[in-house]
Design a protein around this ligand. Structure first.
Ligand code: PLP
Length: 432
């Protein structure tokens, strides 16, 4: 059943023209109130990494909830489970990262990380990319401008960001080709930004997504993050990676930055770490940076039940080999989608890592003219045929981000439906 968003007084932040009324989600499927089921390639916006409400995690969280309810900053009292979680979370990171600040949402963690960066360096500017996404708060929108219309909301209020293009090589804004470009998107920082916009000693550091999610699953070339890191070390900047969407096994590694070999000073995590159940996020970083006195925190940060869910989720991810599964299934999926890209003129590109894949839709023979309209059609048709993709109206890319435990046959069945939909649209386009 589809509803107009305002009918019941509820205002939808995504301003969608209509919505499916969700009744339940389990076993790799979403169910609507009319009992239609959809293969879930969206995972609650890339959040249900460990599956839909896994029973063991629900039980653990429920028992902690029964014991504590909500613990909202009771003066002087700290639930021990926060320390347990910090220890278990840190065990998944390189040894130089030794501090964890718990937050309730990814956006809150982004805000805290920005404060740590500025406090630790005493410098105001933060370098980011035009197509990063860091949440919808003022600072999140300023740090991750993504869309000009979104950025308008934030930039009058929040200065001190420097913007540079991400390594969106296929859509290089400088019209250069990789690798001949020698990563001009990084070179331009020293050549132009540091000469004409801000001197290096005013810069606190770089915030970057190791794999860009909202912008359309951009996996940068392997030298990209190391080159950014080199700038950080040269100028005394901090490297902060935002893993809220691409982390926690999503990209076939525990953390997406691992494939680049960099040693970030700060890592922002969120979404899936709440065990597909409860809001939880964190900033993980070095003592040098995070032992600074910074004003951060919130009433619902680090709820005991959310911590319990996170501990169980970490266990499940490791015990059930979900990270390796993400890498293996994702690679097979990408391979299959590459055939679709070769055989279809409306798919300009397929890309991704692990179970985080994207199909970019185009409407010209050269495969260059991005088509958000076609992406919308693919999303809509897939929904009509029982597959729910991850999709943001402003981009030409539809995304595939199923729960990491999706049954293998369901995953490939879903890909088959996407192939059929694309072939059908191609046929319609040719007929027109
Ligand atoms: C990379 C990244 N950072 C931060 C956020 C904000 O997280 P939240 O929506 O939990 O506040 C998101 C949300 O999609 C994200 O993708």
């Amino acid at each position: 059943m589809r509803l107009r968003p305002h009918l019941a007084g509820y205002t939808d932040p995504m301003q969608a023209s209509d919505r499916v009324f969700l009744a339940a989600q389990h076993d790799g499927y979403l169910w609507d109130v009319d009992d239609n089921r959809f293969i879930d390639f969206s995972s609650g916006w890339a959040t249900n990494n460990v599956g839909h409400a896994p029973a063991e995690i629900v039980e653990e969280a429920a028992s902690v909830l029964r014991e504590f309810g909500a613990v909202c900053c009771t003066p002087g009292f700290v639930p021990f489970i926060r320390y347990e979680l910090a220890e278990k979370l840190l065990a998944t990171f390189p040894a130089h990262l030794q501090r964890v600040a718990l937050c309730a949402t990814g956006t809150e963690a982004v805000e805290a990380a920005l404060k740590f960066m500025r406090a630790a360096t005493g410098r105001p500017n933060v370098l980011t990319t035009y197509t990063n996404f860091h949440g919808f708060s003022y600072a999140g929108l300023a740090a991750g401008p993504f869309e000009a219309s979104w950025r308008d909301t934030a930039t009058q209020a929040i200065p001190y960001y420097l913007y540079t293009p991400y390594a969106t090589c296929r859509r290089c804004p400088h019209r250069l080709d990789y690798p001949a470009c020698d990563l001009w998107c990084v070179e331009v920082i020293e050549e132009y930004l540091l000469r004409h916009q801000a001197s290096p000693e005013t810069v606190a550091g770089i915030i970057v997504e190791p794999v860009q999610g909202e912008a359309g699953v951009w996996v940068p070339p392997k030298e990209y993050l190391p080159r950014l890191e080199r700038l950080c070390r040269k100028y005394g900047w901090l490297l902060c990676v935002d893993e809220v969407e691409c982390g926690f096994g999503r990209c076939g590694r525990m953390w997406a930055f691992e494939s680049s070999g960099v040693s970030p000073d700060l890592v922002i995590v969120g979404k899936g770490i709440g065990g597909s159940l409860l809001p939880l996020a964190a900033v993980v970083g070095t003592p040098d940076v995070m032992d600074r006195r910074v004003v951060w925190g919130s009433t619902y940060a680090g709820q005991p039940a959310a911590c319990a869910a996170a501990i169980k989720a970490l266990e499940r991810l490791q015990r059930d080999g979900l990270v390796e599964r993400s890498a293996r299934l994702g690679a097979a999926g990408l391979d299959r989608l590459r055939h679709l890209c070769e055989s279809s003129t409306i798919v300009g590109d397929v890309r991704g890592q692990g179970l985080f894949l994207g199909l970019e839709l185009v409407n010209d023979q050269d495969g260059r003219m991005a088509s958000p309209a076609l992406a919308h059609q693919v999303y809509d048709e897939c929904l009509s045929h029982g597959v729910c993709l991850l999709y943001l109206t402003v981009t030409p890319t539809v995304r595939i981000a199923p729960p990491l435990d999706i049954p293998e046959d369901l995953f490939f069945r879903g890909l088959g439906i996407i192939e059929d939909v694309v072939q059908g649209l191609l046929h319609d386009t040719n007929q027109a």
